[in-house]
Structures are given as structure tokens and as C-alpha cells.
Design a binder for this molecule. Structure first.
Ligand code: 5GP
Length: 144
């Protein structure tokens, strides 16, 4: 079945336009990163290209080529910020695969030995905790 067209009313498009708030940790000409409001672990980030696409399947390869180095940078910062043992990088394509927001994004989740991931799109985190975690990531980015 053909996927629906990109809809610029999706929540990440609205965050990118500044219509709704987010805890931003990074921005360049092509990419923004902010805290996931329903983190699967402390420090869960979303790395979001500014260019419009639903997901990996309809994205411009040039956008994808620019995206992975930013994911790497944020994965390194998140690992340092949370003294993590590892980092899980996830990306879902269409509802059947678990995607819930239809603007391409990459999940970056710091991980500690023996600590399982919280459920995807589970509980909302407190804004003050998200703000504190965002500050940790910004500090780690500055120290890279
Ligand atoms: P997906 O299932 O599409 O890969 O993931 C979407 C992610 O966006 C989920 O992890 C969910 O917690 C997160 N999310 C949903 N709504 C918002 C929001 O309004 N702001 C932020 N920062 N994250 C959101």
C-alpha cells in the first residue's frame, strides 16, 4: 500500500517551526535535536532533519547523508552526559513498524548495563527533568 503524503501539521514540523515548545539541545542549518517527552530512558533524544519527509523511505539521500554525523555527535554527547555504558539508536518507518510521528527522526537513548528500555511512547516526563537533562547534553556537546 502507498504511504500517505507528508503532512506538515505533524508535531515535529510544529516543533521545528517553533509553534510548540521543546527542550532543544542542538541546531544547525539542516538538523534540530530535542528531548523526547516520553523518554525510554534518561537522556532520550530525537534528532530531526529540517527537510520534510515522513521517514527514511521517502527521505532525500542527501539529507540522510548529512544526518548520521549529527546522530553520531549527539550519541557521543548523550553517552558522556549520562555516564552511559552504551547508546541505542532507533528509527521507525510507518505505523506497522512502530512510527507514531510522521516526520523523519532518529532516537538516541543512553543505556546502562542491565537497565531495560522503558516502553515506547509511555509516560510523560516532568518538564523540569527534561530541562535538567537537556542542560547536561548541551554541556557535554560543548565539551566534545
Ligand atoms: P516514533 O514512534 O514516531 O518513532 O517516535 C515518536 C517519539 O516522539 C516518541 O518517542 C514520543 O515519545 C515522542 N513525542 C511524541 N510527542 C512529542 C512531543 O510533543 N514532543 C517531544 N519532544 N516528543 C514527542
Amino acid at each position: 500500500m502507498t504511504a500517505p503524503a507528508y503532512d506538515d501539521g505533524n508535531i515535529f514540523a510544529r516543533i521545528l517551526r517553533g509553534e510548540i515548545p521543546s527542550h532543544r539541545v542542538y541546531e544547525d542549518e539542516a538538523t534540530v535535536a530535542f528531548m523526547d517527552v516520553m523518554p525510554q530512558g534518561p537522556g532520550h533524544l530525537l534528532v530531526v532533519p529540517k527537510a520534510a519527509s515522513r521517514n527514511l523511505l521517502d527521505a532525500d539521500p542527501a539529507v540522510l547523508a548529512g544526518l548520521l554525523p549529527v546522530v553520531q555527535k549527539l550519541a557521543r554527547a548523550a553517552k558522556a552526559a549520562f555516564a552511559a555504558d552504551g547508546v541505542t539508536v532507533l528509527q521507525f518507518n510507518e505505523g506497522a513498524a512502530g512510527q507514531t510521528v510522521f516526520h523523519l527522526h532518529i532516537h538516541v537513548i543512553p543505556r546502562h548495563e542491565g537497565v531495560p528500555l522503558v516502553a515506547h511512547s509511555g509516560a510523560m516526563e516532568k518538564p523540569e527533568v527534561l530541562a535538567e537533562n537537556a542542560a547536561k547534553v548541551r554541556a557535554a556537546l560543548a565539551a566534545l
